[in-house]
Design a binder for this molecule. Structure first.
Ligand code: TEU
Ligand code: CA
Length: 543
């Protein structure tokens, strides 16, 4: 496998609205990010994935772009963006931008033009269909609930939106539209960005008449055309968000010979605590054996051809320590265990803002505290469907995207040091003890565990390129696997729960083991009989 710079990097996702507010209007901004670059440098990350900072009406917090070439004034100016690039590069931190090109905002000039008439030059930048018997053209539904078709009276046609009606889908069959996208991408590449995270990129090949959303027939043609016309000429990092990816088509995206993307975010592991075939609000207990099967399947599938992304969190997901760890008595231990389990694997790890200090989900008693359009839609939908308020609020606590969007907790000052103004979203009340200031002052904090994991990846080819091998697949409490490179081996062994367990690793009289990292101070050295206390996670080097 040809070595790439992003094989060794750890990527930190910033959700700008909630990261750091420099001018006390209650909204995070670019100057606020610049103020925290030294913190990110200390954590050891080498790449920032910046969620959208472009002009937007913020129906979907920036994933509804109305001008790809300008910065949302609440976040700052293009000068601020240029300064962020300069200051990051001075710290040897790269920046990848969020590329949202499955749809635009309905306030984008292209759509405003397109709506004017059927023969407007921009009409076919979007997807329009005649009514069918006076109704929507077909049954396609929006991922935010309801129909994916919105009626436009002025031209007596429907337009397609797989998200909110304020996010009309772009028509990728239109080559003129695609060229407009290449031009925009090259504008940002020329500014010195280091790559793109591509929002719902598996939807751009959609066939609305056949009601196909994901993995449409021309998807890979468009990606190969994008490669040739934009990032293919540069050494950039590209990661596609592909909710529908399978191990088979993930190879199509990430096999270097195909000249498409470097890797994808697949979400199979993120669907293991919902009732199969239902929506993520229909809760089911996670089974560790299933998690081991899914994560191992992806490690094996993309181990030699293609490349995995590794993540528990992002701005759309609940916080992992509340979801699958223990955000009470064992918050620190379980956060470290989950980090060890993930960062020991083969692939590029992503850390979402606040994950590195063990931030948790927020307990909101009222739907009024939830701001996300998806959350508010599902609340209305479920009330209509007869779910009890209690059931709905429990699902929201466990799965709402808002959990990831409460302001970053910098200190125990008011508003967690995020802002001196009224934050756009409620701060999690536990900021008084879960915050960066406390973490940096505590050598045993989650922060320093992440710092060690990130540093380990930079200097250890065994972690980066070693073959993955799952141990004891049927063990319902312990996740243990090896990483093997020539005659070197790592053993990563994690107690996923709070009941003490034993793990027996086969040894000979010549086997030697040393601890590279543990979330306990005095973990055992005898790997033939390892005592695993609550959430104990250990990385052994074996020779
Ligand atoms: O998300 C894709 C997406 O479908 C998820 O939001 C999913 O619907 C849900 O959150 C989990 O089931 C991307 C962006 O990450 C998200 O923030 C945007 O809202 C969405 O696309 C539209 O751009
Ligand atoms: Ca601000």
């Amino acid at each position: 496998m040809q070595q790439q710079w992003w094989h060794k990097s750890v990527i930190y996702q910033i959700y700008p609205r909630s990261f750091n507010d420099s001018n006390n209007d209650g909204i995070g901004d670019i100057k606020g990010i610049i103020q925290k670059l030294d913190y990110l440098k200390e954590l050891g990350i080498e790449v920032i994935w910046l969620s959208p900072i472009y002009e937007s009406p913020n129906v979907d917090n920036g994933y509804d772009i109305s001008d790809y070439y300008s910065i949302l004034p609440e976040y700052g100016t293009m000068d601020d963006m240029n300064k962020l690039l300069l200051e990051s590069h001075q710290r040897e931190i790269k920046i990848i931008m969020d590329l949202v090109v499955n749809h635009t905002s309905d306030q984008h000039p292209w759509f405003i033009e397109a709506k004017k008439s059927k023969d407007n030059p921009y009409r076919n930048y979007y997807i329009w269909r005649d009514p069918m018997n006076g109704q929507e053209p077909n049954e396609l539904d929006s991922n935010f609930g309801g129909s994916a078709w919105e009626y436009d009276e002025s031209t007596n046609q429907y337009y397609l939106h797989l998200y909110s009606k304020q996010q009309p889908d772009l028509n990728w069959e239109n080559e003129t539209m695609r060229i407009s996208i290449w031009e925009m991408m090259n504008f940002w590449i020329d500014k010195g960005i280091s790559g793109f995270r591509m929002d719902v990129i598996d939807l751009i090949g959609k066939n609305p008449d056949k009601q196909i959303k994901e993995n449409g027939p021309k998807l890979h043609d468009y990606l190969q055309e994008m490669y040739i016309n934009t990032f293919g000429k540069h050494d950039l990092l590209t990661v596609g968000e592909t909710w529908g990816a399978t191990t088979e088509n993930a190879k199509l995206y990430s096999d270097p010979k195909r000249k498409e993307l470097n890797m994808v975010f697949q979400f199979e592991h993120m669907n293991l605590d919902k009732i199969p075939g239902k929506r993520r609000w229909d809760l089911k207990k996670l089974e560790l054996v299933e998690l081991k099967q899914v994560l191992s399947k992806w490690q094996y599938a993309l181990g030699q051809e293609g490349w995995n992304s590794l993540f528990w969190n992002n701005h759309d997901l609940p916080r992992i320590v509340s979801r699958w760890g223990n955000d009470g008595e064992y918050r620190v231990k379980s956060a470290k265990m989950l980090a060890t389990l993930l960062h020991g694997m083969k692939g590029t790890p992503y850390v979402y803002q606040g994950e590195e200090i063990g931030m948790t989900n927020a307990v909101f008693d009222s739907i009024d505290d939830y701001i996300d359009i998806e959350t508010r839609n599902v609340y209305k939908e479920r009330i209509k469907d007869g779910f009890s308020e209690e059931e709905i609020m429990k699902s929201l606590y466990m799965k709402a995207r808002d959990n990831a969007r409460t302001p970053m907790q910098w200190s125990d000052e008011p508003n967690a040091g995020f802002s001196k103004g009224k934050p756009w979203m409620k701060v999690n009340p536990n900021y008084t003890y879960i915050n960066v200031k406390n973490a940096l002052e505590d050598e045993d904090s989650v922060f320093y565990h992440y710092q060690k994991l990130i540093d380990m990846r930079k200097n250890n080819n065994l972690i980066v390129y070693g073959t993955y091998n799952l141990l004891e697949p049927d063990n319902e409490n312990i996740y243990a696997y090896e990483r093997i490179l020539e005659n070197e081996k790592l053993l990563i062994v994690c107690n996923f729960y709070e009941v003490e367990k034993k793990f027996y690793y086969p040894v000979t009289e010549y086997t030697k083991a040393r601890i590279l990292l543990s979330n306990y101070n005095n973990s055992g050295l005898d790997i033939s009989n390892i005592r695993l206390r609550p959430y104990e996670a250990i990385i052994y080097q074996i020779s």
